[in-house]
Write a protein that binds this ligand. Structure first.
Ligand code: UDP
Length: 404
């Protein structure tokens, strides 16, 4: 634990090769690569733990939870799997979820099972495909999140499953969001009801925090300082190059005003085995509260967007279970900026900061908040690896350690 301690040196500046702000996916991956190339890396994070929003931990009931919302690792990149597999083994998960509307659970994302539930009888891919051809609104190139869904399934299923959920989540109409937002959700005419489509879908066997602990343990050149915010770190360490993974508007002192973000409030509730027993007819298996790892609630009279019971996905063997209700909130200073807003006006506002970042000497900006992109974990890791490779190409290696 010594390396987590802040040195007691006042009024004197310390030096490092690379100063990395943020101990999440981006910060730790870039630090690992640079340290493996022999460079001294200081990683500072204002939070008291590693892993950023992917951090996981046991709650009071002993259940492994994702305190900052569910993190479902998936990728189509064998390189990312190979790289992360140095620090973890994997627990395969077919991530399956449900939607709850009109008083019942539905198979989701929309697939042939959903169509059969809608019809109330058995059907076929051919019948569903023909129904979609009749129902969909012909739009060649969808320009927003409403168009991307109505052009695939028509207005009725869009209104049932997407319109209310999206409005609650983003506080904007789907028409005011990029097509990529609702376009993330697959729509299938077969019975594949997995929420995600990537070829590799798995969670780190012992969780994300364990993965990052293994990364740190395997990389002696990283010095980690928790509970140190960005301005404090900047004042304390002089460096060859800074890598910033926090919010880009914060880095530039909000000089063009704050960018828009969405925040979340999480409400956790744990259940003992005795409390779970009466739920067995709902959860369909003992030891769980609901029938899937995630149930979405698109109805606008329900204040939360989803309930996550992550034990379905982690595979943890424990009798208790914990559910988490997610309440979207506006972002205000002091709240966590969970989501950049994927919309034309927000991208335009970000561009002003991006132009400053492009000419910032000796600084790199990576990660969801610093690039203002709605990226998944594998994309964030890929960007961190690419940035580390670029920096190593520029600065070279510094007496590489034998294991690098
Ligand atoms: N979405 C929706 N209904 C759903 C699930 C998703 O309208 O039942 C929309 C919503 O706008 C959401 C987006 O699709 O923000 C992406 O969903 P995803 O589950 O990938 O969101 P994340 O897990 O990243 O919050």
């Amino acid at each position: 634990m010594d390396r987590f301690r802040i040195p007691h040196i006042l009024n004197s500046q310390l030096t490092t090769d690379f100063l990395i702000i943020g101990a999440g996916f981006s910060g730790l991956v870039v630090a690992e690569r640079l340290a493996a190339a022999g460079w001294k890396c200081v990683v500072a994070d204002r939070r008291s733990h590693i892993g950023g929003n992917a951090h996981d931990c046991a709650d009071a009931a002993g259940v492994l939870i994702h305190p900052y919302g569910p993190h479902y690792f998936r990728t189509d990149s064998p390189q990312i799997v190979d790289y992360l597999s140095r620090f973890t083994t994997w627990h395969d998960v077919a991530y399956t979820i449900k939607s709850h509307t009109r008083g019942r659970y539905w198979s989701f994302p929309i697939n042939l099972n959903t169509f059969e539930e809608y019809l109330g009888r058995a059907s076929t891919t051919a019948e569903f495909s023909a129904w979609l051809v009749k129902s969909r609104v012909p739009i060649d190139v969808p320009q927003n999140s409403e168009e991307v869904i109505i052009s695939q399934v028509g207005r009725e299923l869009y209104e049932w499953f997407f319109e209310g959920y999206t409005h609650k989540q983003w506080q904007r109409h789907p028409r005011e969001l990029d097509a990529s937002v609702c376009g993330r959700v697959p729509i299938r005419t077969n019975r594949d009801d997995r929420y995600l489509s990537e070829t590799f879908q798995a969670m780190p066997s012992h969780g994300y925090t364990a993965l990052f602990e293994n990364l740190l343990a395997a990389t002696p050149g990283i010095e980690l300082h928790l509970g140190v915010d960005w301005l404090e770190a900047k004042a304390r360490w002089d460096c060859k190059h800074l890598i910033f993974t926090g919010a880009i508007d914060e880095y530039f002192g909000y000089c063009f005003g704050p960018l828009p973000y969405r925040s979340l409030r999480f409400e956790h509730e744990s259940f003992t085995p005795e409390e779970l027993r009466p739920r067995e007819s709902v959860s369909e298996k003992p030891g769980f509260w609901q029938p899937a790892m995630q149930v979405n609630y698109p109805d606008t009279d329900v204040p939360f967007t989803r309930i996550v019971e992550i034990k379905h996905a982690t595979g943890q063997k424990i009798d208790a279970s914990t559910i988490v209700r997610e309440y979207p909130m506006d972002w205000l200073p002091g709240r966590e900026p969970y989501y950049p807003i994927p919309a034309p006006d927000a991208h335009a506002a970000y561009q002003k900061y991006a132009q400053l970042a492009a000419v910032e000497p000796r600084a790199s900006f990576i990660g969801r908040l610093a690039t203002y992109r709605y990226s998944n974990m594998d994309q964030v890791a890929a960007l961190a690896l690419a940035e580390a490779a670029r920096l190593i190409a520029r600065h070279g290696s510094n007496t590489p350690r034998p294991h690098s």
